[in-house]
Design a protein around this ligand. Structure first.
Ligand SMILES: NC(=O)c1ccc[n+]([C@@H]2O[C@H](COP(=O)([O-])OP(=O)(O)OC[C@H]3O[C@@H](n4cnc5c(N)ncnc54)[C@H](OP(=O)(O)O)[C@@H]3O)[C@@H](O)[C@H]2O)c1
Length: 319
């Protein structure tokens, strides 16, 4: 069935200039809230729902979509959804979109489908471009540190994908501070400055603050984008009255019920009460907490419905 119908974006999508923040010391402005494709965009998810979420995002000025080779499930299918969206809706708006992808986790069998070798990263990016129906990505990340591959091999590959025109900028995700420092220097000295670091930051997991990574990024003019800012949904009303059947936790993939401790439930109840007192939603309040950190460029949210994304957008829309 061809779902194609003419998508005409909201002509007021860029009216709120305050939605955008400069990404470190670069020419790039990113929306303060970005949309992630980790869940809800795979082959197992209804295409029309994915499509509605991206339309809502773009109609409201969210120009940054974040992907990785292994998002789905199955692996690769979130990028295929992005490719279908490009074909159906977004091709005329390619230059208005900032699309990222990553490689670093297991993607295909054998010794060349994982970690940080040049062999893997080059092949993976080529595959990602084909799946997404793109000639280049705006941003390509090393998804995690490979402790066994020389850092220089991974970093030179990041430099080379930019030289080849397959990515405009590069990023690093999940690397510890020590290796991040080496990477930042290497990339700067090879004229491909590190655009952004992607790390988990939310009210439950504050590692980038505690380890000094956020501070380092701020000082060096590297942007910081916070993934799982809602702790995969824990920092919302979603689990305050049990585990809903359609929730990420019930689907049992990356969020397990042992995360629902009395401490977490107490934290979320207090967050909800505090949010209500200021006329805000729980999710909105949790996202504001992340955005208030100096050096955070954007919060990278997931959403399984337009209503969730609309709720999350309040963190940048409400005064
Ligand atoms: N670099 C990395 O290693 C890495 C790792 C993880 C994620 N990421 C990136 O970060 C993105 C976001 O991660 P995430 O999906 O974990 O983010 P998140 O925003 O913390 O969690 C998203 C989930 O929370 C629930 N939710 C969202 N808004 C809600 C609301 N207003 N009210 C109630 N529930 C709400 C939904 O769960 P339900 O499905 O239950 O509705 C949604 O799927 C990913 O898509 C990916 O792009 C990167």
């Amino acid at each position: 069935m061809d779902l194609k119908e003419n998508y005409l974006p909201n002509e007021h999508r860029y009216d709120d200039a305050a939605l955008y923040a400069r990404c470190g010391r670069s020419g790039v402005l990113l929306p303060r809230i970005s949309l992630g494709f980790w869940h809800n965009f795979g082959a197992v998810d209804p295409y029309q729902r994915s499509r509605d979420i991206t339309h809502y995002a773009f109609d409201n000025g969210i120009t940054h979509f974040d992907l990785a080779n292994n998002y789905g499930p199955p692996y690769g299918t979130a990028e295929e959804t992005m490719g279908r969206l490009m074909h159906d809706d977004f091709r005329p708006y390619r230059d208005e979109l900032f699309i990222s992808t990553k490689a670093g986790y297991d993607m295909w069998p054998g010794p060349y489908g994982n970690w940080g070798s040049r062999k893997y990263l080059m092949a993976s990016l080529d595959q990602s471009l084909r799946r997404m129906n793109l000639e280049y990505v705006d941003l390509f990340y090393s998804h995690r540190l490979d402790p066994l591959t020389p850092l220089e091999e991974t970093l030179q590959t990041l430099v080379d994908v930019v030289r080849q025109g397959k990515a405009l900028y590069v990023g690093i995700s999940n690397w510890p501070l020590e290796q991040l420092m080496v990477g930042e220097q290497y990339l700067r000295e090879h004229d491909v400055p590190l655009l952004i670091y992607q790390g988990r930051l939310n009210m439950i997991d504050r590692k980038p603050v505690e380890t000094g990574i956020l501070d380092f990024c701020r000082k060096m003019g590297v942007g910081f984008i916070a993934f799982s800012p809602l702790a995969q949904g824990l920092l919302t009303d979603r689990y305050l009255n049990g585990i809903p059947a359609d929730s990420r936790m019930a689907r049992g993939r990356t969020l397990t019920d042992d995360r629902l401790t009395p401490q977490v439930l107490d934290l979320v109840s207090a967050l909800r009460d505090n949010a209500r007192a200021s006329g805000r939603s729980t999710a909105e309040q949790a996202l504001r907490w992340v955005l208030e950190h100096d050096g955070v460029t954007s919060v990278l949210v997931g959403a399984s419905s337009v209503a969730q994304l609309a709720d999350n957008m309040k963190c940048v829309q409400n005064p």
